[in-house]
Structure formats: C-alpha cells, structure tokens
Ligand binder design. Structure first.
Ligand SMILES: [Zn+2]
Length: 425
C-alpha cells in the first residue's frame, strides 16, 4: 500500500499547482471555514437587527418589482440598480448596515438571472414568513473578535458595535474573517456564522488505507455499512420521529386558530421551538456519528446521490431530508480531511443496487420494493442493502486504486473529497 501514499501526495501537489504562477511555491492552499457562535445582543441591538431584517425585505421587494417591470420591456437584460437609489426617499435604510442591503441585492440578481429566462420570477417576501438573517462583509477589519477576558468576548459588527459572543471554541489566529451572517431562530436566540479564509498546509495524508468502509444511504437507519456495527443510528432517529409527531399535533392546533391573533403567534412560536429542537437533535446526532466514523476508518466511501431529485421523484419527501445523509457527507468530508484522510464519492449513475456484487450482472428489473432478489446470471440470493453496500465498497476501492496509478479522470479537492472529475464541473 506504500505506493498509494506517494501517489496521493503527488496528486495533491498537482491540484495545488493549478491556478498558481509557475515557479511559485505551491505549499499552501486557501479554503473556506465556517464557524457558528451564539451571540447575546442587548435590547437596543436586537431592535437594530430586527430593523435590518425589515429593511432587507423592503429592498428585496422594491428592487424585485423594478426588475420585473424592466424584464417585461427588455427581455433578457437584467436591471442592475443598487439599494443606494432608494435611500433618498426612504431614509430609514441609512440606519442599517449597507453591506447587508447590497448582499440582498446580489442574492436577488442571482435569483432573477436563474428564474427570468424560465419565465418565472423570485417570490416577494412577507413579514413573519421570511428568513430572519442577514449577511455582512468584512471590509478593513470592521468585523473582528474582541477578547476582554476568558469569559467575556465580543464581536464587533457594523452599526451594531460590540455584541457579546459565546466563544465556545478557539478561532485559529491566522484565519482571515470574510463575512458574517447574523440570524435569529424561531425561539428568539441569536447566532452569528462566520466564514473565514484559512490557508492550510498540505495535509499529511494517511500512510496506509487499511480501514476502508462504504456507507450506503438507507431511509430507515440513515446509513448502512458492510461490517461496521452502528450502535447509534436506530435509536436516535426514532427520537427525532417522536418529536415530529408532536410537531404535527401542534401544527393542527395552529390551523384552527385565527390568523394574526395573540394565540396564533404564541402557537407559532411553540412550533418554531419544536422544529429547532428537532434540528438540534439531528445535528448533534450527525456530529457524533461522523466523529465516530472519521475516527474508526482511514477512508470512507459514500454515494453521490442527488437527494433533492430523489425526494421529488420517488415521493420519499421529508424522510430523505430528515435524516440528513447530505449533511452527514459534508461533516464526514471535513472531519476526515482534518485527520488527513479521504472521502471517496462514487458517481450517482453507478448501479449500486441493481448490480450483482458477485458476477456484476445488472438486474434492470429490480424495483424499489424488492428487498431481496436472486441473480439470474449466477443464482446468488441477495439482501438488497447488503448487496448495494458491497458494490459501493468495491467501486470505492477501485477508485482508490485508479488514483494510486495516476488516473487523471479523478480529482481530489482541497477539502479531501476524491471523485470522478466530471462530478466537479
Ligand atoms: Zn450474479
């Protein structure tokens, strides 16, 4: 397995050479890192944050109606007005962070460019229904962390000034702050997600890939693997489902209430809190699971399935989103990367379920409801999930070997994800 190491290292060097001037030392690579912290704004600061949400909604709706009018007359050409021209008539816009408004405009432009050619338009935002967050950029250190003592820390934000922040973990001093998103959850908690540019040294990759494991997507228990005994999946997912039943019950109560009444908002708040609880449980569970998997294996193989497509076409709906296979893959990727390991992504077109793992004959007649089947070619009786996992494992190992022999149709990203190049256009 020694040869695998050197090729991995070489491949990485090659990736990092791209986009750099010749002769320049390709020693480090810049990647984005994101961290989220709880913040405790004062009442005054909260009011300003709420005002910013409102102004963003105002700018979005105003510019959107402008763009829709313009699109009717000038098909295919996007009007690119900025929030600045609204400030004369609406002086309240000057009170809030101007970068937040510009980011709203940029998001709107992106949405229009995507939807106008299809004859559609972005939606107008409605009070009480839009997301409660805004993003601001760091220019000339206008956003920074201010340490007072171990227990007392602040984040300096435009217009808001110093906001108390709970630094539950250290931020490496060499990371460069790029932008920050301030958000309020349904239960009235405030958070800030900060995105940094981190210059990282090439990771010292694993010397041997002994412990290789494939994790196949499974709706009932999230993931299944060939040999790993997952003692944590089953129970935790059920917990979440129980909570879901309660959400549905409270939702039914809401539907019988008068829209806009005091009871209505109180109930809405209650439901928001339950959703938040469910989200937190899921996130916590996924962190624990990915942490364990990243420790237990040298390299992990996953499917590059398109979950959005899957939930729409197969009518799985929420079940697919709920257990967050996508979120798990993201967490696994960075946790493996931090440990100098690799995540292998297998092409979504690979017939992992339909292929016989013994003779590689593809059973095109296999339906989703078939939990067990017998291979027509070699007569092996298969358990659907076990067969799929075995296939995934074989294909993943094949990718690792191809990479080791310098196959140029594969790519290893700076985030430690190894896959076919065409998956990353
Ligand atoms: Zn067979």
């Amino acid at each position: 397995m020694k040869s695998v190491l050197s090729s991995f290292q070489m491949g990485r060097e090659k990736i990092m050479m791209e986009g750099r001037a010749e002769g320049e030392k390709a020693s480090a690579v810049i990647i984005s890192k994101c961290m989220e912290f709880r913040i405790n704004p004062t009442m005054e600061q909260k009011v300003l944050i709420w005002k910013t949400f409102g102004c963003n909604r105002f700018v979005w709706n105003y510019l959107l109606s402008e763009r829709i009018e313009y699109e009717k007359l000038n098909r295919g050409r996007l009007l690119n007005t900025t929030p600045a021209h609204l400030k004369n008539d609406n002086p309240f816009l000057c009170e809030v962070d101007s970068m937040a408004l510009i980011n709203t405009q940029l998001n709107l432009n992106q949405a229009c460019r995507k939807l106008f050619p299809k004859g559609k338009a972005p939606k107008f935002r409605k009070k009480g229904k839009d997301k409660r967050s805004y993003t601001t950029n760091c220019i000339n250190n206008n956003i920074e962390i201010v340490h007072i003592s171990d227990r007392e820390n602040y984040i300096k934000l435009p217009k808001l000034g110093l906001v108390r922040i709970i630094l539950h973990r250290d931020i490496p001093t060499e990371w460069k702050l790029k932008h920050a998103t301030i958000k309020e959850t349904a239960s009235g908690k405030f958070f800030v997600s900060i995105v940094f540019d981190a210059e990282i040294e090439p990771v010292e990759r694993m010397k041997e890939f002994e412990r290789i494991e494939a994790f196949d997507y499974s709706m009932s228990s999230l993931v299944i693997s060939a040999s790993w005994k997952n003692d944590i999946t089953g129970n935790d997912i059920r917990w979440y489902r129980n909570l879901e039943g309660r959400i549905a019950k409270e939702q039914r109560k809401l539907s019988r209430m008068q829209y806009g009444s005091a009871n209505y908002w109180e109930q809405k708040h209650r439901i928001g809190k339950l959703h938040e609880k469910a989200r937190n449980r899921r996130k916590d569970f996924l962190h624990k699971l990915s942490h364990k998997v990243a420790n237990d294996f040298d390299t992990v193989i996953v499917e590059d399935i398109n979950l959005q497509h899957m939930s729409q076409s197969l009518n799985f709906g929420k079940a697919v989103y709920d257990n967050g296979y996508g979120m798990l893959r993201t967490m696994l990727a960075y946790k493996l990367n931090d440990r100098g390991k690799v995540l292998v992504k297998v092409d979504r077109l690979f017939p992992s379920s339909k292929r016989c793992s013994i003779c590689h004959d593809v059973n095109h007649g296999l339906r989703l409801s078939d939990r067990e089947w017998t291979c027509k070619s070699c007569g092996t009786h298969h358990d659907r999930d076990k067969n799929a996992t075995r296939n995934l494992q074989d294909e993943g190992k094949d990718i690792l070997n191809r990479w080791a022999s310098g196959d140029s149709s594969l790519i290893l990203t700076p985030y430690g994800v190894l896959s076919e190049k065409k998956l990353h256009p």
